[in-house]
Design a protein around this ligand. Structure first.
Ligand code: FES
Length: 199
């Protein structure tokens, strides 16, 4: 499964293309929000959204929309989790110390940047100019990636790369790791994105 069945709101962020930064993204979101029904409008304005991850298999990613932004949920395999330590020395901010209040809630300030090691949640928007990176979970040599690629995400706009925990590699245009939004588990298979019951 690529972007999963829940990937219905793609239209709102697909407009955030190369060169159109965060400001451009905000501008195009206005007519989208105003065209929605009241409950949908509340959701786009910031209300938390639920994500059922019961069908998400190891190695798969699904996308839900929160505040008009794509939020990725990846169920990482044991092998993918093992890469997190291996790439640590190549990362700009391996321990998520930069802007932790904005980018990494307390419960995700760990190596996998997650509550449960296997389930990774992040906002799929590059910290450089706001493009949406693409998943590159396949390891090994391939175009635009180093030969020792261990899997992660590639931003096609200016070549920033992120590991399987959304941590940006050194010497790339993107200054920061991908944002982990506040979230919590309502059950083993149901996530709430945008609220963690703590703030
Ligand atoms: S927007 Fe420039 S590298 Fe992602």
């Amino acid at each position: 499964m690529s972007d999963a069945a829940v990937d219905k709101g793609r239209r709102s962020w697909i407009a955030i293309t190369c060169g159109a930064g965060a400001v451009g993204g905000a501008v195009v979101a206005v007519p989208f929000v105003s065209s929605l029904a009241p409950s949908e409008r509340a959701k786009a304005a910031g209300a938390p959204v639920q994500a059922d991850i019961s069908a998400l298999k190891p190695g798969e990613k699904m996308t839900v929309e929160w505040r008009g932004k794509p939020v990725w949920i990846v169920r990482r395999t044991e092998a993918q989790l093992a890469t997190l330590k291996q790439v640590e020395s190549q990362l700009a901010d391996p321990f998520s110390k930069r802007n932790p209040g904005e980018l990494t809630p307390e419960y995700a300030r760990n190596v996998p940047r997650s509550i449960k090691p296997e389930v990774f949640v992040c906002v799929g928007i590059c910290s450089h100019l706001g493009c949406s990176p693409i998943e590159k979970f396949q390891t090994g040599p391939q175009p635009s990636l180093p030969n020792d690629w261990e899997g992660g995400f590639l931003c096609p706009c200016h070549g920033s790369t992120f590991d399987m925990a959304g941590r940006v590699f050194k010497n790339k245009p993107a200054p920061d790791n991908l944002e982990v939004p506040r979230h919590m588990y309502l059950s083993d298979t149901l996530l709430l994105i945008g609220d963690d019951g703590k703030s």
